[in-house]
Design a protein around this ligand. Structure first.
Ligand code: SF4
Length: 335
């Protein structure tokens, strides 16, 4: 039988216990002061107007892109499973990396960092990591950093890549939830009258940070249609929350229910989805969206060729669709 560990004098030199306690305490302080501030704002608004502030119901692009039901549980005050120490550490490292990168890029690269969204009338509030004006296309790129572990980094591939990007190298397709998050950001920029080229999720391998993968979402008719559909789902979820109801789930990837969402304990559809016992309905895209996408596709190709960016013409969209009907679903990832 293994002998029980007896603390020796050198154990007292190990600072890990103190580090963990400090991080746990900081996280508790952060949560408490956040809740206190929210309560103060609520009290102040109610004391003047008699009703709580509208902003209370604002949905965040990052949580909503995982699942609007998750947002609903939060808004309705459900207690989620407390974060593990590992998750707190990962959040802290992610936050610090975001801040440091923003500082470095602010000094050395053009663009704006930590740009707030302006989707107030849609009741969505979030912050974009980096908005950069591409000096060749004279259009904006919305960039978001994701710091991920090695195993996840390896899973990022080119499956379902946009037709326009098939002749590229080292360009990847983002996970559907991150695509959804960036769709909201691009929609926001266009709403402000900006011309948008694409969104880019830059995956950084946390375990080997020199490795990065850019995953592109071209802003075209299909992307815009998807953004509008997603905003409708958010509106429906907000309405449910206003009536005290838990919104209908719109999660895409089972691992979100399995290992990320803190509300899976009281969410039956999430438990079934985590076990892959339910399937999401395949969405049907109206034909006019594809038609518009084809027109944009032709214009973009022409423009890119004028700029000498694509030396060889890409196959036409129609040819691609005839050869492979799946090309009609340029963003769907293979399971
Ligand atoms: S468990 Fe899944 S379906 Fe339920 S709220 Fe969480 S993410 Fe949504």
């Amino acid at each position: 039988m293994k002998e029980a560990h007896k603390p020796g004098v050198y154990d007292t030199l190990n600072p890990i216990g103190l580090i963990k306690t400090a991080i746990e305490a900081d996280s508790k302080d952060y949560d408490e002061s956040w809740n206190k501030r929210k309560a103060t704002v609520r009290r102040n608004v109610i004391s003047v107007y008699g009703v709580p502030p509208d902003e209370e119901l604002n949905f965040s692009p990052s949580t909503s892109s995982n699942c609007v039901r998750w947002e609903g549980y939060q808004k309705l005050g459900y207690e989620g499973t407390p974060m593990s120490f590992g998750a707190k550490m990962a959040t802290m490292i992610g936050r610090a990396s975001h801040d440091e990168l923003a500082k470095i890029l602010r000094r050395n690269a053009p663009g704006r960092h930590n740009v707030p969204t302006n989707l107030d009338s849609e009741g969505v509030y979030g912050v974009m990591d980096w908005v950069f004006n591409n000096p060749i296309l004279h259009k904006e790129e919305v960039i978001d950093w994701k710091f991920v572990a090695s195993f996840k980094f390896k899973q990022i591939n080119r499956d379902g890549l946009h037709e326009l990007l098939r002749n590229t190298k080292n360009i990847y397709n983002p996970e559907p939830e991150y695509r959804r998050q960036l769709l909201l950001y691009m929609y926001d920029r266009e709403k402000r009258g900006k011309e948008v080229a694409c969104g880019v999720v830059v995956y950084v391998n946390r375990d080997n940070p020199e490795q990065m993968k850019p995953a592109l979402i071209i802003w075209d008719a299909v992307a815009k249609y998807d953004a509008e559909q997603f905003l409708k789902e958010i509106q429906e979820a907000k309405l449910a929350v206003k009536e005290g109801q838990i919104p209908k789930e719109n999660v895409i990837s089972p691992y979100i229910c399995r290992s990320m969402c803190p509300h899976v304990q009281h969410c039956e559809p999430g438990q079934a989805f985590a076990q892959r016992n339910i399937r999401r309905k395949r969405k049907v895209m109206p034909e006019w969206v594809y038609k518009k996408q084809r027109e944009e596709f032709a214009q973009r190709q022409e423009r890119l060729q004028e700029l000498g960016i694509i030396p060889l013409p890409l196959p036409g969209f129609e040819d691609a669709v005839n050869a492979d009907p799946k090309a009609r679903e340029p963003f769907r990832r293979k399971k």
